[in-house]
Write a new protein. Structure first.
Length: 151
């Protein structure tokens, strides 16, 4: 009992009378969300920052290829396209937008605001200008200024 009395006297003398009370503090928390942009081919199970569309003999015989595409991004984004193949030139149209001629150089197709955007690309194929085995490479990158909005 004497020890408790001595302890209380020491606490009082040191000014620690609020020893058992809770203490609150204000804190600032910062959170960084990285830029994320993803392409998905809706008719195939393919998604990523880069997707490849193989152009086969049946596509060439039909003369066109319809590509349903989805862009998901939390920042402004841009989609580029490029044709890989020994000898290929394609005409691509974003439905509701302009037609673009594609070759082996990378070309910006469209750009837009953050969010989820479903698009349809119409690829016109001419057997004289496209050989079987050509590939269309689509890439998405985020953090760009807003160009022609697509969605």
């Amino acid at each position: 009992m004497a020890r408790n009395w001595l302890l209380m006297m020491m606490v009082g003398a040191l000014g620690l009378s609020g020893l058992g009370e809770s203490v609150s503090r204000t804190a600032t928390v910062s959170l960084s969300i990285p830029a994320l942009s993803v392409l998905s081919l809706l008719d195939r199970a393919i998604s990523g920052r880069e997707v490849v569309v193989e152009i086969g003999a049946e596509d060439l015989a039909r003369g066109f290829l319809l590509i349903p595409l989805e862009v998901k991004s939390n920042v402004p984004w841009a989609v580029t396209a490029q044709v890989l193949g020994a000898w290929a030139e394609l005409s691509l149209k974003v439905l509701g937008g302009p037609e673009v001629t594609l070759a082996t150089e990378e070309v910006t197709l469209l750009s837009g605001r953050p969010g989820k955007h479903e698009l349809s690309l119409l690829l016109k194929l001419s057997p004289e200008k496209v050989r079987e085995g050509a590939r269309l490479v689509l890439r998405v990158a985020g953090g760009f200024g807003q160009g022609p909005a697509s969605g």
